[in-house]
Design a protein around this ligand. Sequence first.
Ligand SMILES: C[S@@+](CC[C@H](N)C(=O)[O-])C[C@H]1O[C@@H](n2cnc3c(N)ncnc32)[C@H](O)[C@@H]1O
Length: 232
Amino acid sequence: MPDMLQRKHLSAAASRAARMPRAARANVVRMWRAARYAVVQSPRSLFWRELAANPGQIGAICASSPRLAARMAAWVDLSAPGLVVELGGGTGVITAALLACGVPRERLVVVEYSPTLAAHLMRRFPGVRVIEGDAARLTQWQSEGYLPPDASGQAQPIHTIVSGLPLLSMPHPVRARIIQAGAAALAEGGRLIQFTYTLRGRSPWQMADLVLHHSERVLANLPPARIDVLER
Ligand SMILES: C[S@@+](CC[C@H](N)C(=O)[O-])C[C@H]1O[C@@H](n2cnc3c(N)ncnc32)[C@H](O)[C@@H]1O
């Protein structure tokens, strides 16, 4: 016959054993919820949901390929002082390429219209200024001192704009407002890098008197794309 102490140990072990399946079940549920959250919050899933909700605003069938993003980033002149502003950050493929090629976080600003994608960018790139809003407000943010200042608190010029905006699928007045604001916000001698799925024709930024400096095609993208590099 087990004594009092043995009985206590046995009943503790029995109750642990009884709890085991429930604890294991709870673990499985917890892991399943975490996996489901990861899938729902994954860049690809976010992109598809945003595309389904706002096809005109997204203007692409999938996010840019790493190759296209790397080629866009390669055109940033890292020796130029001031800010690099990315318009239409999406899920952050180009943002990641800009950081990887050496753009300092504190000099990078990403503008994204979709609140869901902007929140995702804020989580994904701590230290990068992400602005949720319309790219057409760039000059307003600049004049209101809403963009990050330099180390001494002075306003910084925008020396590069990197745009993934679907300009050609936007209504004409919307596109015109964005182009006007972007060209006005860009510093003298600054550079604007835009990709488009239209492989021929003038860049809409030429309407704002930016001068085409270079054009290249990136076939490793769905669909193939063209990068235009313009200068002010
Ligand atoms: C073609 S996706 C490009 C996303 C990402 N840069 C890439 O290359 O995968 C265009 C992005 O621009 C954003 N966008 C569209 N209109 C905008 C506007 N007026 N202001 C800021 N972002 C805008 C969309 O929400 C979308 O995330």
